[in-house]
Design a protein around this ligand. Structure first.
Ligand SMILES: *Cc1c(COP(=O)(O)O)cnc(C)c1O
Length: 354
């Protein structure tokens, strides 16, 4: 810390991203990236398309990408706003819909960034404990006078709640915004999208980072009623109108347009997920039911921290959270079949050495 840091900045507790080792070659199963490269159409769109025009600012409205997404989801362009990753959309949404007298509510075990933004914006947080088995029960949120944020499927557990539950929340208080973070929705979950036209207090946040192999491209988006979207656009234009660069816009368009590739990749992850769950269960793990591209697992005898450390020393990187209630679980990204075979073989070796 320098002596120039303000009191406001010194009390922040920044997000800790999963390790991104730049040296060693790991089997990298720690940050829920796709094991597959982006669609060949993305590669083509970038190398041929936009590089020559990098001297010009990008389109701040991301019109081409908005149009591609509108076609894909059968929405109007007024329902869509683009962000530099969905993290940015979430940050804009917190700024737009939470503040003095309007706290933000989220569960005790969920995406770690929610509490970071709450602190950044000096918001009051209502932290709602999950029930047993990491179950989110919407009854616990029904009467809250707060903006509600729910990751569905949840991270790091992979569990989902039915959209009927979210509908109940939306109906209970039409003057309360419900933000549904659908970062992992494309791996078998049930999206809230069908509710979009019926509830103007619903904001859905999605990303191309996980299911469209574009984590490095930073493309996320918010879907909602035109009024909600214009509120977020207001924040965007108060912060960084050119939040998506030319290359990312071109990449995003190509990624949305290649639905065949998208379905092949997400289909593979779902198939490899069921294989991995069975293999781990045979090794004595209990795995939380997951509809995401990761699983959350605990072992009958071997502590999670030790597993994480030993796996790392063997070249397999998973995520372990040093936090109450979850510190005996590892979150394991579903990679390619080859990567998961290495994981399972390594675990077999580690557990045999008991
Ligand atoms: C990965 C993730 C995000 C953010 O992803 P971006 O790369 O910023 O689009 C948001 N929410 C959850 C729950 C995530 O796991």
């Amino acid at each position: 810390m320098s002596r120039f840091l303000t009191a406001e900045a010194s009390i922040l507790s920044p997000y800790t991203p999963g390790e991104q080792p730049q040296d060693q070659q790991y089997v990298k199963l720690n940050t829920n990236e796709s094991p597959f490269p982006p669609s060949p159409r993305v590669v083509k769109a970038i190398s041929k398309g936009e590089i020559q025009r990098l001297n010009l600012y990008p389109d701040p409205d991301c019109t081409k990408l908005v149009t591609a997404l509108a076609n894909y989801y059968d929405l109007k362009s007024e329902n869509i706003v683009l962000g530099n990753g969905s993290d940015e959309i979430l940050a804009f949404a917190f700024r737009a819909f939470c503040g003095k007298g309007k706290p933000v509510a989220y569960s005790d075990i969920t995406y770690g960034f929610y509490k970071v933004w709450a602190k950044l914006y000096d918001l009051e947080s209502i932290v709602v404990p999950l029930r047993d088995g990491f179950e989110l029960n919407v009854d616990d949120y029904m009467d809250l006078d707060a903006t509600i944020v729910i990751a569905n499927p949840n991270a790091p557990t992979g569990r989902q709640i039915p959209i009927a539950d979210i509908q109940r929340l939306l109906e209970k208080d039409p003057d309360r915004v419900v933000i549904v973070d659908e970062a992992y929705i494309d791996f078998g979950g049930e999206s809230c999208l069908p509710l979009l036209y019926r509830y103007d207090n619903l904001l859905i946040v999605q990303t191309m980072s996980k299911s469209r192999s574009l984590a490095g491209g930073r493309v996320g988006y918010g879907l909602g009623s035109p009024a909600l979207i214009s509120d977020i656009t207001r924040i965007k234009y108060s912060f960084n109108p050119y939040n998506l660069n030319r290359l990312s816009i071109a990449a995003g368009v190509a990624a949305v347009e290649d639905d065949t590739y998208f379905k092949a990749c997400t289909g593979s992850v779902m198939a490899v997920r069921s294989w991995t769950v069975s293999a781990l269960e045979e090794l004595g793990f209990t795995v939380v039911p997951s509809v995401a591209n990761f699983i959350f697992a605990t072992h009958d005898t071997k502590p999670a921290k030790e597993l994480y450390q030993t796996l790392k020393s063997e070249g397999v990187l998973v995520r372990w959270f040093d936090a109450p209630k979850i510190d005996n679980h590892c979150r394991i990204t579903i990679g390619s079949m080859e990567q998961m075979e290495i994981l399972v073989e390594t675990l077999e070796r580690i557990l045999e050495g008991e």
